[in-house]
Design a protein around this ligand. Structure first.
Ligand code: NDP
Length: 346
């Protein structure tokens, strides 16, 4: 959605009232969660290869507060230097198909679906049919909405970058968060021996997800141990590269998925570590690097099958009403969610 369209509520000239209004969260300036406004915007219509989905639930991800705050600052090269170019937020959603474009063959009105599309914090989204899959019957809309970004990140980092094999030792740092709760379960489904790192209050949760060992970071530093891991998925980025290498097997893979909080404007720490990782990866047999997930339909299908079979279960920490999205984002920004934070949209 371009910033300057006339029906755009951020347009400070002659904003035109939407002809077919729906409620959506918009943000006209970067900042803390109070920049989010619930506005009437034009309800979208599906193009030929798109479906119109009535959103029933959405999930909040750190990506949302990164976009909302425009941090780390280098992101603004893409998202808009002074103000956000795209004023809609949210990606993960689940809901029911309301209408389909003329070329859509895979869905019909009434189908329950989930997927990822920018602008999900709204009553409706239009999404290409190759970005959405049917919702398993054993999942609620809120559970399904919690899946896309976090579970795809977990799946792709472990399977594609980590190339995890049965019997390998895998460590998940940040095992109790959105990505981590999926990563523990997916690593188990790949046959790995899993160690999860979390704080004292989350030890039982991480163990209940299938972790073979749990390290309580309040009591023990995972980088100070005799253990060696074949794959480390790091959702926190709070230890240096050399500290991680101490516990990485000779041919092991260190995968930096996340790091940095809302006030880390420059993100020098994790970025520096990535540069260091790539430099270091050209020497020696260990692979070290950053990972960026991609929303792919075939991976949503893999996840749907794992979810339908009960091999992976979403962990929902908190549920908020649609109008309380800013409260939900503030909570996620604290960095201590236990699983996923979801929004019920009516
Ligand atoms: P969450 O906000 O859900 O993670 C919060 C979790 O982190 C809490 O359970 C918390 O546990 C845990 N945590 C905080 N500090 C520590 C610590 N020192 N050691 C271990 N665990 C800790 O975030 P997500 O899981 O959704 O995302 C994780 C990171 O991955 C973020 O930085 C996000 O931006 C990034 N990300 C990257 C993607 C990519 O493509 N590269 C895609 C998706 C996310 P406790 O309360 O016990 O401290």
């Amino acid at each position: 959605i371009a910033y300057w369209t006339s029906s755009n509520p951020c347009y400070d000239g002659s904003a035109v009232a939407p002809r077919h209004p729906m409620k959506a969260f918009v943000y006209c300036d970067y900042g803390q969660a109070d920049v989010l406004k619930l506005e009437d915007v034009e309800k979208p219509a599906p193009a030929a290869d798109e479906v119109l989905v009535k959103v029933r639930a959405a999930a909040v991800n750190p990506l949302d507060w990164h976009y909302m705050r425009g941090t780390p600052y280098f992101m603004r090269m893409q998202t808009g230097l002074r103000r956000p170019k795209v004023i809609r937020l949210g990606v993960d959603f689940a809901g029911t198909v309301e209408a389909t474009g003329s070329d859509v063959t895979q869905f019909k009105p009434g189908d329950a679906v989930f997927g990822g599309k920018t602008g999900a914090f709204a009553q409706y989204v239009v999404v290409r049919q190759d970005r959405v899959v049917s919702k398993p019957d054993n999942l609620s809309f809120e559970q399904a909405a919690s899946v896309p970004i976090a579970a795809i990140t977990a799946l792709q980092s472990l399977r594609d970058r980590g190339k995890v094999q049965p019997g390998q030792k895998v460590l998940i740092n940040g095992a109790s968060g959105g990505v981590g709760t999926f990563a523990v379960q997916i690593a188990k489904s790949l046959g790995a021996q899993v160690t999860g790192v979390c704080s004292t209050r989350n030890v039982d949760l991480v163990r209940s997800l299938g972790a073979d060992q749990v390290i309580d970071y309040k009591k023990q530093d995972y980088t100070v141990a005799d253990q060696r891991y074949d794959v480390i998925v790091d959702n926190v980025g709070n230890r240096s590269l050399s500290e991680n290498r101490r516990v990485l097997a000779e041919n092991g893979k260190y995968i930096l998925v996340g790091g940095g909080g809302p006030d880390d404007h420059r993100w020098i720490g994790p970025m520096g570590r990535v540069a260091h990782a790539y430099a270091a990866s050209t020497f020696g047999s260990q692979e070290l690097g950053m990972f960026l997930a991609q929303m792919k339909k075939e991976d949503l299908v893999v996840l749907r099958d794992l979810l339908a079979a009960g091999k992976v279960k979403p962990v929902i920490d908190r549920r908020y009403d649609f109008s309380d999205l800013p409260v939900a984002i503030r909570y996620l920004e604290e960095g201590h969610a236990r699983g996923k934070v979801v929004i019920a949209v009516e």
